[in-house]
Design a protein. Structure first.
Length: 313
C-alpha cells in the first residue's frame, strides 16, 4: 500500500478537524517574539470574500508597484502603538503609518528576510505575501478593503484579489483581517498553490510574517517564512499577542516605577493622533493623556513621587 504523503496527511487532518469540530493537533507555532506575539497555523480558514458582490471598495486596479493609504475605522494597537492608517501595497504588504503622506513613493517590490533586513523605510508591517505582485496584467483584479462587524467587534479586511506574481501565468488571492476586539492579525489564503512548475507557488518567492520598526534589533518580529513553499490553498495564519501586564506598568518591565510616571508626564495633554501621544500612557483608554492617567500610577504606588524626586538632579 502506497504511503500517504506528508502534505496529503496534513490536509486530511485539517479536513477531519473541520468535520469533527476538533483542533488541528499538527499545528505549527512560532514565538513569542520580544513584543509578545505568537503565530500559529492552527486556525480554521474562513475566507471573508469582500471582492465583487462582497461589497468591498477596490483600489490599485491596473497598478504595478503602487501603494495607497487606507483608514482603519478603529484604533488598532500593534506592538504597543495605536494606528488608524495603513498603506496597502500591490506587493502583498500592509504598513502601519502615522499619516497618509507616508504611503507616497513606496518601492517594495524586493522582499527581504525579516530576520536580517528591514522592510522599506523600516516601517512596522503585516506581510501576508510580500513579493513582486502586479495588477497590471490581463485578468488581474485589485486590492479590496471593507469593515465588517458591529462597533466594538469589527474587523478591517484588506484583500488582494487575483494579483499576479512575477513570471506567473496564474494569480493569487489572499487577505488580512485586523481585529478590533483582540488586536489579532489573521492571514487567509484562498489561492496560493499555483502548481509545481510555478516559481511563485505556495510562497516560494514571498516573505510572510509581521514586524515592528527596528524589528531586527529588537526582535519584535515573527518571520513565518522567506522564499519557502510552506503555504497552501484554503489555509490561515493567526498572529496574536498575550497581554498580562501589571496595571500602571507603562514600560513593560514588570513593575510600576518612576520610569512609568515619566512616560505619562511626557505625554500629558496629548490626544490620539497628535504628536507626542504615547498609547502606553493612556491607562484608562480614553484616547487622551491626562492627570487621571498619572494619578492611576500614584494611587497604585504612592512612593513613586518620592522615587522620582530622589532621581532628579
Amino acid at each position: 500500500m502506497q504511503a500517504v504523503s506528508g502534505r496529503r496527511r496534513h490536509r486530511a487532518l485539517r479536513l477531519a478537524a473541520l468535520v469533527l469540530g476538533t483542533a488541528v493537533v499538527s499545528a505549527a507555532t512560532k514565538g513569542p517574539d520580544a513584543g509578545g506575539y505568537t503565530a500559529s497555523d492552527g486556525v480554521v480558514y474562513s475566507m471573508v470574500d469582500i471582492s465583487g458582490s462582497g461589497g468591498g471598495i477596490s483600489v490599485l486596479a491596473g497598478v504595478d508597484d503602487g501603494a495607497v493609504p487606507l483608514v482603519v475605522p478603529f484604533p488598532f494597537r500593534f506592538y504597543g502603538r495605536t494606528y488608524t492608517i495603513v498603506c496597502a501595497s500591490t506587493n502583498g504588504a500592509l504598513y502601519f503609518v502615522e499619516s497618509a503622506d507616508a504611503c507616497g513613493g513606496l518601492e517594495d517590490f524586493g522582499n527581504a528576510d525579516l530576520t536580517s533586513a528591514p522592510t522599506v523605510r523600516d516601517l512596522p508591517a503585516v506581510l501576508p505575501l510580500w513579493s513582486d505582485l502586479t495588477f497590471d496584467a490581463p485578468g488581474a483584479g485589485a486590492v479590496f478593503y471593507q469593515t465588517v462587524g458591529a462597533p466594538g467587534d469589527r474587523r478591517f479586511v484588506v484583500q488582494w484579489k487575483d494579483a499576479y506574481p512575477q513570471g506567473s501565468p496564474n494569480p493569487v488571492t489572499f487577505q488580512v483581517l485586523l481585529s478590533e476586539t483582540t488586536g489579532a492579525v489573521l492571514f487567509q489564503y484562498q489561492t496560493v498553490a499555483l502548481g509545481a512548475g510555478n516559481p511563485a507557488s505556495q510562497g516560494r518567492q514571498a516573505t510572510v510574517g509581521i514586524r515592528n520598526a527596528q524589528g531586527v534589533a529588537t526582535q519584535q518580529q515573527i518571520a513565518w517564512s522567506f522564499q519557502a513553499p510552506v503555504l497552501d490553498d484554503a489555509t490561515a495564519l493567526a498572529f496574536s499577542q498575550a497581554v498580562s501586564r501589571v496595571l500602571g506598568d507603562v514600560d513593560g518591565d514588570g513593575d510600576v516605577t518612576c520610569a512609568d510616571a515619566t512616560i505619562v508626564r511626557n505625554a500629558l495633554g496629548t490626544r490620539f493622533g497628535q504628536p507626542g501621544f504615547d498609547a502606553r500612557a493612556d491607562l484608562n483608554s480614553d484616547g487622551r493623556i491626562t492627570g487621571l492617567d498619572l494619578s492611576t500610577i500614584m494611587k497604585l504606588k504612592p512612593n513613586v513621587a518620592a522615587e522620582c524626586a530622589q532621581s532628579s538632579p
